[in-house]
Design a protein around this ligand. Structure first.
Ligand code: R2B
Ligand code: URA
Length: 293
Protein backbone atom coordinates (compact mmCIF):
# COMPACT_ATOMS: atom_id res chain seq x y z
CA UNK A 1 0.00 0.00 0.00
CA UNK A 2 1.19 3.56 -0.68
CA UNK A 3 1.02 6.43 1.78
CA UNK A 4 -2.54 7.20 0.63
CA UNK A 5 -3.38 3.54 1.42
CA UNK A 6 -4.16 2.70 -2.18
CA UNK A 7 -2.41 -0.32 -3.72
CA UNK A 8 1.02 0.53 -5.06
CA UNK A 9 1.79 -1.74 -8.03
CA UNK A 10 5.41 -2.80 -8.55
CA UNK A 11 5.68 -2.60 -12.35
CA UNK A 12 7.32 0.38 -14.12
CA UNK A 13 6.13 -0.84 -17.55
CA UNK A 14 2.43 -0.35 -16.90
CA UNK A 15 2.64 3.40 -17.48
CA UNK A 16 3.63 2.66 -21.11
CA UNK A 17 0.27 0.97 -21.83
CA UNK A 18 -2.42 3.18 -23.32
CA UNK A 19 -5.10 0.79 -22.16
CA UNK A 20 -4.43 -2.13 -19.83
CA UNK A 21 -6.72 -5.05 -20.74
CA UNK A 22 -7.45 -7.27 -17.77
CA UNK A 23 -8.06 -10.14 -20.11
CA UNK A 24 -9.39 -12.91 -17.84
CA UNK A 25 -11.76 -10.77 -15.78
CA UNK A 26 -13.02 -8.70 -18.71
CA UNK A 27 -12.30 -5.15 -17.54
CA UNK A 28 -9.84 -2.55 -18.85
CA UNK A 29 -8.23 0.62 -17.59
CA UNK A 30 -10.22 2.83 -20.00
CA UNK A 31 -13.40 2.06 -18.04
CA UNK A 32 -14.54 4.27 -15.12
CA UNK A 33 -12.94 1.90 -12.61
CA UNK A 34 -12.84 4.43 -9.77
CA UNK A 35 -16.61 4.83 -10.03
CA UNK A 36 -17.16 1.07 -10.29
CA UNK A 37 -14.66 -0.24 -7.72
CA UNK A 38 -13.22 2.72 -5.80
CA UNK A 39 -15.24 1.85 -2.67
CA UNK A 40 -14.02 -1.78 -2.36
CA UNK A 41 -12.69 -2.49 1.15
CA UNK A 42 -12.69 -6.29 1.36
CA UNK A 43 -11.90 -8.89 -1.31
CA UNK A 44 -13.05 -12.45 -0.65
CA UNK A 45 -11.42 -15.17 -2.71
CA UNK A 46 -12.45 -18.81 -2.89
CA UNK A 47 -12.20 -21.68 -5.34
CA UNK A 48 -15.70 -22.46 -6.62
CA UNK A 49 -17.97 -20.21 -8.70
CA UNK A 50 -21.18 -21.31 -6.96
CA UNK A 51 -19.77 -20.81 -3.46
CA UNK A 52 -18.54 -17.31 -4.27
CA UNK A 53 -21.94 -16.51 -5.78
CA UNK A 54 -23.66 -17.75 -2.59
CA UNK A 55 -21.34 -15.67 -0.41
CA UNK A 56 -22.00 -12.59 -2.55
CA UNK A 57 -25.77 -13.19 -2.25
CA UNK A 58 -25.58 -13.53 1.55
CA UNK A 59 -23.43 -10.41 1.94
CA UNK A 60 -25.58 -8.44 -0.54
CA UNK A 61 -28.79 -9.25 1.32
CA UNK A 62 -27.26 -8.25 4.69
CA UNK A 63 -25.51 -5.04 3.66
CA UNK A 64 -26.04 -2.26 6.19
CA UNK A 65 -26.24 0.40 3.51
CA UNK A 66 -28.44 -0.38 0.53
CA UNK A 67 -28.94 -4.19 0.71
CA UNK A 68 -29.21 -5.97 -2.63
CA UNK A 69 -31.87 -8.62 -3.27
CA UNK A 70 -30.36 -12.03 -3.93
CA UNK A 71 -31.67 -12.28 -7.51
CA UNK A 72 -29.86 -9.04 -8.39
CA UNK A 73 -26.45 -10.42 -7.43
CA UNK A 74 -24.88 -11.53 -10.71
CA UNK A 75 -21.30 -12.14 -11.89
CA UNK A 76 -19.70 -9.12 -13.58
CA UNK A 77 -17.15 -8.88 -16.38
CA UNK A 78 -15.88 -11.96 -18.24
CA UNK A 79 -17.22 -15.19 -16.72
CA UNK A 80 -15.53 -17.92 -18.76
CA UNK A 81 -12.64 -18.29 -16.27
CA UNK A 82 -13.51 -16.59 -12.98
CA UNK A 83 -16.73 -15.35 -11.43
CA UNK A 84 -16.45 -11.89 -9.90
CA UNK A 85 -19.12 -10.16 -7.80
CA UNK A 86 -19.36 -6.70 -6.28
CA UNK A 87 -21.77 -6.19 -3.38
CA UNK A 88 -21.38 -2.82 -1.68
CA UNK A 89 -17.77 -2.47 -0.49
CA UNK A 90 -17.10 -6.21 -0.88
CA UNK A 91 -15.74 -7.98 -3.93
CA UNK A 92 -15.92 -11.77 -4.09
CA UNK A 93 -14.20 -13.83 -6.76
CA UNK A 94 -13.67 -17.50 -7.57
CA UNK A 95 -10.09 -18.51 -8.34
CA UNK A 96 -10.56 -22.22 -9.27
CA UNK A 97 -7.96 -24.74 -8.06
CA UNK A 98 -4.21 -24.29 -7.79
CA UNK A 99 -1.65 -21.52 -7.85
CA UNK A 100 -1.36 -20.78 -11.61
CA UNK A 101 -5.05 -19.90 -11.91
CA UNK A 102 -5.06 -18.01 -8.60
CA UNK A 103 -1.99 -16.01 -9.57
CA UNK A 104 -3.65 -14.74 -12.78
CA UNK A 105 -6.68 -13.58 -10.80
CA UNK A 106 -4.45 -11.89 -8.21
CA UNK A 107 -2.57 -9.87 -10.83
CA UNK A 108 -5.77 -8.72 -12.54
CA UNK A 109 -7.93 -7.83 -9.54
CA UNK A 110 -4.98 -6.09 -7.91
CA UNK A 111 -4.40 -3.91 -10.98
CA UNK A 112 -8.16 -3.28 -11.15
CA UNK A 113 -8.28 -2.13 -7.51
CA UNK A 114 -5.12 -0.07 -7.85
CA UNK A 115 -6.47 1.70 -10.96
CA UNK A 116 -9.76 2.21 -9.05
CA UNK A 117 -7.83 3.82 -6.15
CA UNK A 118 -9.55 1.55 -3.63
CA UNK A 119 -8.18 2.24 -0.14
CA UNK A 120 -7.03 -0.02 2.72
CA UNK A 121 -8.15 -3.12 0.87
CA UNK A 122 -7.98 -6.43 2.75
CA UNK A 123 -7.80 -9.76 0.88
CA UNK A 124 -9.16 -12.94 2.49
CA UNK A 125 -9.05 -16.37 0.87
CA UNK A 126 -11.49 -18.80 2.41
CA UNK A 127 -11.78 -22.44 1.57
CA UNK A 128 -11.14 -26.03 2.52
CA UNK A 129 -8.02 -28.01 3.34
CA UNK A 130 -6.74 -31.22 4.82
CA UNK A 131 -5.73 -31.03 8.50
CA UNK A 132 -2.81 -33.00 9.86
CA UNK A 133 -3.52 -33.49 13.56
CA UNK A 134 -6.45 -31.18 14.22
CA UNK A 135 -10.06 -32.39 14.23
CA UNK A 136 -12.08 -32.03 11.01
CA UNK A 137 -14.05 -28.78 11.13
CA UNK A 138 -11.18 -26.67 12.55
CA UNK A 139 -10.71 -23.30 10.84
CA UNK A 140 -6.98 -22.71 10.25
CA UNK A 141 -5.63 -19.17 9.80
CA UNK A 142 -2.32 -19.31 7.95
CA UNK A 143 0.71 -17.51 9.31
CA UNK A 144 3.43 -18.76 6.92
CA UNK A 145 2.98 -20.91 3.84
CA UNK A 146 5.50 -23.57 2.79
CA UNK A 147 6.04 -25.53 -0.42
CA UNK A 148 6.27 -29.33 -0.46
CA UNK A 149 10.05 -29.21 0.13
CA UNK A 150 9.31 -27.11 3.25
CA UNK A 151 10.60 -23.81 1.91
CA UNK A 152 8.79 -20.74 3.26
CA UNK A 153 8.91 -19.03 -0.12
CA UNK A 154 7.10 -19.08 -3.42
CA UNK A 155 9.34 -19.97 -6.36
CA UNK A 156 8.77 -18.53 -9.82
CA UNK A 157 10.83 -18.58 -13.00
CA UNK A 158 11.11 -15.16 -14.64
CA UNK A 159 13.31 -14.77 -17.77
CA UNK A 160 14.84 -18.16 -16.94
CA UNK A 161 15.88 -16.95 -13.49
CA UNK A 162 14.59 -18.42 -10.26
CA UNK A 163 12.98 -15.95 -7.88
CA UNK A 164 11.99 -16.69 -4.29
CA UNK A 165 9.41 -14.60 -2.43
CA UNK A 166 8.70 -15.14 1.24
CA UNK A 167 5.10 -16.18 1.89
CA UNK A 168 3.57 -14.76 5.04
CA UNK A 169 0.18 -13.35 6.03
CA UNK A 170 -0.95 -10.50 8.27
CA UNK A 171 -0.62 -11.20 11.98
CA UNK A 172 -3.06 -8.39 12.70
CA UNK A 173 -5.76 -9.73 10.38
CA UNK A 174 -5.33 -13.25 11.76
CA UNK A 175 -5.86 -11.94 15.29
CA UNK A 176 -8.99 -10.04 14.23
CA UNK A 177 -10.41 -13.16 12.56
CA UNK A 178 -9.56 -15.44 15.50
CA UNK A 179 -11.54 -13.06 17.69
CA UNK A 180 -14.49 -13.37 15.29
CA UNK A 181 -14.25 -17.19 15.28
CA UNK A 182 -14.14 -17.25 19.10
CA UNK A 183 -17.22 -15.02 19.33
CA UNK A 184 -19.27 -17.57 17.40
CA UNK A 185 -17.62 -20.65 18.96
CA UNK A 186 -15.91 -21.97 15.87
CA UNK A 187 -12.89 -24.19 16.62
CA UNK A 188 -9.85 -22.50 15.16
CA UNK A 189 -6.10 -22.14 15.25
CA UNK A 190 -3.34 -20.00 13.72
CA UNK A 191 -0.48 -21.99 12.22
CA UNK A 192 1.50 -22.69 9.10
CA UNK A 193 0.23 -24.26 5.89
CA UNK A 194 1.79 -26.52 3.27
CA UNK A 195 0.71 -25.54 -0.23
CA UNK A 196 0.80 -28.28 -2.89
CA UNK A 197 0.40 -28.10 -6.66
CA UNK A 198 -1.81 -31.16 -6.69
CA UNK A 199 -4.43 -32.84 -4.50
CA UNK A 200 -3.05 -36.40 -4.73
CA UNK A 201 0.69 -37.07 -5.07
CA UNK A 202 1.56 -33.47 -4.19
CA UNK A 203 -0.25 -33.91 -0.86
CA UNK A 204 1.35 -37.34 -0.21
CA UNK A 205 -1.95 -39.17 -0.61
CA UNK A 206 -2.04 -42.91 -1.11
CA UNK A 207 -5.30 -42.85 -3.10
CA UNK A 208 -4.36 -41.23 -6.45
CA UNK A 209 -4.19 -43.04 -9.81
CA UNK A 210 -0.41 -43.16 -9.34
CA UNK A 211 1.40 -43.60 -6.02
CA UNK A 212 5.12 -44.26 -5.52
CA UNK A 213 5.26 -43.83 -1.73
CA UNK A 214 4.52 -46.17 1.19
CA UNK A 215 2.24 -45.56 4.16
CA UNK A 216 5.40 -45.11 6.27
CA UNK A 217 6.82 -42.48 3.84
CA UNK A 218 3.58 -40.55 4.16
CA UNK A 219 3.55 -40.73 7.97
CA UNK A 220 7.22 -39.65 8.17
CA UNK A 221 6.44 -36.67 5.95
CA UNK A 222 3.42 -35.63 8.03
CA UNK A 223 5.67 -35.69 11.10
CA UNK A 224 8.14 -33.40 9.27
CA UNK A 225 5.30 -30.98 8.48
CA UNK A 226 4.26 -31.02 12.11
CA UNK A 227 7.79 -30.02 13.14
CA UNK A 228 7.36 -26.77 11.15
CA UNK A 229 4.05 -26.14 12.93
CA UNK A 230 2.26 -26.92 9.66
CA UNK A 231 -1.36 -27.55 10.59
CA UNK A 232 -2.97 -28.00 7.18
CA UNK A 233 -2.51 -28.59 3.45
CA UNK A 234 -4.19 -26.74 0.58
CA UNK A 235 -3.29 -25.47 -2.89
CA UNK A 236 -3.13 -21.66 -3.14
CA UNK A 237 -1.68 -20.04 -0.01
CA UNK A 238 1.98 -19.98 -1.10
CA UNK A 239 1.57 -17.63 -4.05
CA UNK A 240 -1.12 -15.68 -2.16
CA UNK A 241 1.11 -14.97 0.86
CA UNK A 242 4.06 -14.08 -1.38
CA UNK A 243 2.09 -11.81 -3.73
CA UNK A 244 0.27 -9.88 -1.00
CA UNK A 245 3.39 -9.53 1.17
CA UNK A 246 5.36 -8.20 -1.81
CA UNK A 247 2.72 -5.53 -2.50
CA UNK A 248 2.09 -4.87 1.19
CA UNK A 249 -1.58 -5.87 1.00
CA UNK A 250 -3.16 -6.98 4.29
CA UNK A 251 -4.25 -10.58 3.64
CA UNK A 252 -4.81 -14.02 5.02
CA UNK A 253 -6.01 -17.53 4.24
CA UNK A 254 -8.66 -19.19 6.41
CA UNK A 255 -9.48 -22.77 5.52
CA UNK A 256 -11.57 -25.35 7.28
CA UNK A 257 -10.14 -28.86 7.61
CA UNK A 258 -12.29 -31.54 5.95
CA UNK A 259 -10.22 -34.49 7.16
CA UNK A 260 -7.45 -35.46 9.59
CA UNK A 261 -4.64 -36.72 7.37
CA UNK A 262 -3.08 -38.86 10.12
CA UNK A 263 -6.27 -40.93 9.88
CA UNK A 264 -6.60 -41.21 6.09
CA UNK A 265 -6.80 -39.51 2.70
CA UNK A 266 -10.41 -39.75 1.51
CA UNK A 267 -12.75 -36.81 1.97
CA UNK A 268 -16.15 -38.18 3.04
CA UNK A 269 -19.38 -36.61 1.73
CA UNK A 270 -20.45 -35.37 5.17
CA UNK A 271 -17.29 -33.24 5.53
CA UNK A 272 -18.80 -30.56 3.30
CA UNK A 273 -21.06 -29.36 6.09
CA UNK A 274 -17.92 -27.69 7.53
CA UNK A 275 -17.62 -25.39 4.49
CA UNK A 276 -20.02 -22.95 6.16
CA UNK A 277 -17.62 -22.29 9.04
CA UNK A 278 -15.16 -19.90 7.37
CA UNK A 279 -18.17 -18.15 5.81
CA UNK A 280 -19.64 -17.61 9.29
CA UNK A 281 -16.30 -16.22 10.50
CA UNK A 282 -16.25 -13.89 7.49
CA UNK A 283 -19.78 -12.64 8.19
CA UNK A 284 -18.84 -11.96 11.81
CA UNK A 285 -15.80 -9.99 10.57
CA UNK A 286 -17.95 -7.96 8.15
CA UNK A 287 -20.40 -7.31 10.98
CA UNK A 288 -17.58 -6.01 13.17
CA UNK A 289 -16.52 -3.75 10.34
CA UNK A 290 -20.09 -2.46 10.13
CA UNK A 291 -20.49 -3.66 6.54
CA UNK A 292 -23.29 -6.20 7.17
CA UNK A 293 -26.08 -6.52 9.76
C1 R2B B 1 -8.54 -26.78 -1.32
O1 R2B B 1 -9.47 -27.53 -1.91
C2 R2B B 1 -9.19 -27.61 -3.32
C3 R2B B 1 -8.88 -29.04 -3.71
O2 R2B B 1 -9.96 -29.89 -3.40
C4 R2B B 1 -8.05 -26.65 -3.56
O3 R2B B 1 -8.43 -25.51 -4.30
C5 R2B B 1 -7.70 -26.23 -2.21
O4 R2B B 1 -6.74 -25.35 -1.97
N1 URA C 1 -8.33 -29.46 -0.09
C1 URA C 1 -7.06 -29.89 -0.22
O1 URA C 1 -6.27 -29.28 -0.97
N2 URA C 1 -6.67 -30.96 0.47
C2 URA C 1 -7.51 -31.66 1.26
O2 URA C 1 -7.09 -32.68 1.84
C3 URA C 1 -8.84 -31.22 1.38
C4 URA C 1 -9.23 -30.11 0.69
Amino acid sequence: MSSSNTINLANPHLSELKVDHLYHIGFNSAQPLEELFGDVQVVILGGANARMHDIARIIGSRLKNAPISTEDVKPIGETSRFHLFKVGPVMTASHQMGQPSFSILLHEITKLLSFAKAKNVVYIRLGTCGGIRVDPGTVVFTDRSYDGALNNYHTLINCGKTIHRESRFSEELNKELVECAEQINIPNTIGNTMCADDFYEGQSRLDGAICEISQQDKMDYLVQLNEKNIINIEMESLVFGAFTKYLNIKATTMCVTLIRRLDGDQVADGAHEFVQRPIDVLLQYLKKRDIVE
